[in-house]
Write a protein that binds this ligand. Structure first.
Ligand code: PGA
Length: 253
């Protein structure tokens, strides 16, 4: 059975103390997850160890990094490598969030390097893709998103691609309150799965979780997650409010 994932992306929000409280509140809800369901907390670097220790007694809850640098090590002041993240016992990392692509000029080639470094250090990448409003308005979103996948992932061998998590996040829906309709989400997710299948075959494509991101809220999560090819969500704003994120976790199918 394909994994179903609720992934929180705190971005650059919350103090350490607020983060600790939020985790306590969410974990305190004792939500029972099925074996194929899990929750990720992608927190700022300085909170990774705290988050790891908060979740370590739990099953199905894991800390994740929001990013890593695309070089192995060296004179890159202020950057954090995949190896460093791994050395903290963290096994998940978001790669290629649209905010990284936009504000830090991360392109598909750089993201391919990050994906490789993650795998080298036993970290599962949560690889983000998604089109801007401009692209959607010209109707070329499928071509655009397929290129993101091909350029950053298609050099991977089968045994690696089957372990990846993909997150489809239409840029026009992130933080805007404008969610993709279930039809738009399902259509794109099915398409992305077919792109993976075209290179790696149906069996592998069927195993890859594809999360939806972009204004997932407590009141729309269930409907979005009920789409056959939507395997959970990558959640920004609503992951900062315990009551909301608890509902989102409960909406996993
Ligand atoms: P949002 O962010 O839920 O606040 O739209 C999602 C994301 O950027 O991962």
């Amino acid at each position: 059975m394909r994994k179903q994932i609720a992934a929180a992306n705190w971005k650059m929000n919350l103090t350490y103390q607020q983060g600790e409280k939020l985790l306590d509140d969410i974990l305190g809800a004792k939500i029972e997850l099925a074996p194929h369901q899990f929750t990720l907390f992608a927190v700022p670097y300085p909170y990774l160890l705290m988050t790891r220790s908060e979740v370590q007694e739990e099953q199905h809850y894991y800390a994740a990094s929001q990013n890593c640098y695309h070089k192995k090590s060296g004179a890159y002041t202020g950057e954090v490598s995949a190896e460093m993240i791994h050395s903290l016992g963290i096994n998940y990392c978001i790669v290629g969030h649209s905010e990284r692509r936009e504000y830090f000029s991360e392109n598909n080639a750089v993201l391919a390097e990050k994906v490789d470094l993650c795998f080298e250090h036993f970290i599962t990448p949560v690889f983000c893709c998604g089109e801007s409003l401009e692209i959607r308005e010209t109707g070329t979103q499928n071509h655009y998103v397929a290129a993101q996948l091909k350029d950053s992932l298609f050099h991977l061998p089968e045994e690696k691609i089957k372990d990846i998590i993909i997150a489809y996040e239409p840029v026009w829906a992130i933080g805007t309150g404008k969610t993709a309709t279930t039809e738009q989400a399902q259509e794109m997710h099915r398409f992305l799965r077919s792109v993976v299948a075209s290179k790696y075959g149906e069996t592998i494509a069927d195993q890859v979780p594809i999360l939806y991101g972009g204004s997932v809220k407590a009141n729309n999560a269930k409907e979005l997650f009920s789409c056959p090819d939507v395997d959970g969500g990558l959640v920004g704003g609503a992951s900062l409010v315990s009551a909301d994120f608890i509902e989102i976790i409960k909406a996993l199918k």
